[in-house]
Write a protein that binds this ligand. Structure first.
Ligand SMILES: Cc1cc2nc3c(=O)[nH]c(=O)nc-3n(C[C@H](O)[C@H](O)[C@H](O)COP(=O)(O)OP(=O)(O)OC[C@H]3O[C@@H](n4cnc5c(N)ncnc54)[C@H](O)[C@@H]3O)c2cc1C
Length: 419
């Protein structure tokens, strides 16, 4: 995208096609999920929409063309993500979680690894699932702790030509797989030597989700995104060939941070999509409802002012997400500052847009069937996942800001290296 923000014909087509897809395949999903009482049942119910999203090319759109996909840029992909999220967040979250699951491979996989693992995801058919299995039940925030006795405890040791991996993970998306068959691919973070700190030992190993020794002990009942499943996973002497290690031993922090930074830019636009829906609902209400008065409530200054401020926040968050993804694209993943900033800023600001929408609507917003509270429940996840805003401010952003070569204008000017 050039400085004038003009959409190319291709970008406009991506946007309109995604809008039509969402209206056709995603708009009825919440009603379908509502009567289902378990996370497993709700996730299974999203399968036709997930298949439709795969067939529409939304997995391929996250895979570079050199590897069989149709990815053009993260910036282009934001146009798709916003349109899907503005209709229904659950299925897009599953598609994006699979995209996140592939990121370590896409950024750090060698040609042989890419040839082995990517084809099911670039085919454009079926319902392949991938996930990053990083977070641990005893805490993720200190995963990088320099004391080897602390931090992540999932281990992988080499036995002959095989990794043998044991430990527990939490919040691993759809690890149970469709019908309990296991996800197709898990990128699991494990320390190859528990006597050495994460900086030297944390590594990412690719593991098919149906490998013997993997048990999903729980599908977590979450506050929002009712159709997207997140699991607690036990790894008990799970075996994987030596060549399933991504990069080198000790690359785990760098790989995870790059993968999460790529999705950070997308989290910003996910939040925008959900907030846009809240704005549309509040606007409709304000234009059509008089609430016993003489005029539609939008004619009252206080209502119009809230709506105007909501719109300004959405516009600002959207452009920041675009710019963050553009920087990430042009730096080939090396400029992560704006991605993380946009994730933090947009995810928090868009929560205020949704509560503003509830203020416009008033008490009716508290009726379950109104739908605004559901949007709030979905959006509550965005500051908490992808490392959490507390965590990425404290770790990545602090490190970037404290760096000896930090240039505060580099993000705006697009000045970065692309080694
Ligand atoms: C819907 C959803 C999807 C997710 N998807 C994935 C996924 O695909 N893959 C994956 O691996 N994980 C996933 N997660 C987990 C997510 O990425 C979390 O951000 C991550 O686990 C970190 O959690 P946490 O910050 O709450 O860490 P915790 O370790 O639980 O820490 C909790 C809090 O303690 C405080 N704290 C702890 N230590 C410190 C410290 N040293 N300094 C200051 N404060 C501290 C902070 O306030 C922190 O927020 C998902 C989570 C959700 C809810």
């Amino acid at each position: 995208m050039s400085m004038n923000f003009e959409f190319s014909a291709h970008q406009r087509e991506l946007q309109l096609t995604a809008r039509a897809f969402a209206n056709t395949h995603l708009s009825g999903i919440r009603a379908l999920l509502r009567p289902l009482t378990t996370p497993e049942a709700r996730f299974e119910a999203t399968r036709p929409a997930y298949v439709a999203a795969v067939e529409a090319g939304y997995l391929k759109a996250q895979i570079p063309s050199a590897l069989g996909g149709t990815f053009t840029s993260l910036l282009d992909f934001t146009l798709i993500v916003e349109e899907l999220m503005a209709v229904e967040a659950s299925v897009p979250l599953s598609i994006l979680s699979t995209g996140l699951g592939l990121m370590p491979l896409l950024f750090f996989g060698d040609p042989a690894q890419c040839r082995r693992f990517i084809p099911p995801f670039s085919r454009g058919t079926g319902a392949p699932l991938a996930a990053v299995s990083f977070s641990e039940p005893d805490g993720t925030a200190n995963y990088h702790h320099p004391d080897p006795a602390l931090g992540f405890q999932t281990s992988a040791r080499l036995e002959g030509d095989e990794w043998v991996l044991s430990g527990k993970k939490i919040w691993t998306p759809h690890a149970r797989g469709w019908g309990g068959s296991g996800a197709d691919l898990l990128a699991v973070a494990a320390r190859v030597d528990l006597t050495k700190p994460a900086q030297e030992s944390l590594s990412i190993i690719l593991i098919p989700g149906n490998s013997p020794g993997i048990t999903v002990t729980e599908s977590i009942e979450t506050v929002g995104h009712p159709g997207a499943e997140v699991c607690i996973v036990h790894y008990d002497n799970v075996r994987a060939p030596r060549e399933n290690l991504l990069g080198q031993v000790g690359d785990g922090i760098r790989i995870a941070e790059t993968a999460f930074a790529a999705t950070a830019g997308l989290v910003g636009i996910m939040a925008v999509g959900v907030a846009r829906k809240a704005f549309d609902m509040a606007l409709q209400f304000a234009r059509n409802e008089r609430r016993g008065g003489a005029v539609p409530i939008i004619a009252h200054q206080n209502v119009a002012t809230i709506l105007a401020d909501m719109k300004a926040k959405i516009e600002a968050a959207r452009y920041l997400s675009w710019k963050a993804c553009d920087n990430f694209d042009r730096s080939r993943g090396q400029h992560q500052e704006l991605s993380i900033l946009s994730k933090v800023f947009c995810s928090e600001l868009m929560l205020t847009v949704i509560t503003d929408a509830m203020r416009v609507v008033g008490a009716e917003a508290y009726r379950e069937s109104n739908g605004l509270a559901e949007l709030l429940k979905d959006a509550l996840a965005y500051p908490l996942f992808d490392g959490g805003n507390v965590g990425v401010r404290r770790l990545q952003l602090q490190r970037i800001l404290a760096g000896a070569d930090y240039d505060p204008m580099a993000a705006a000017e697009g000045q970065f290296t692309t080694s």
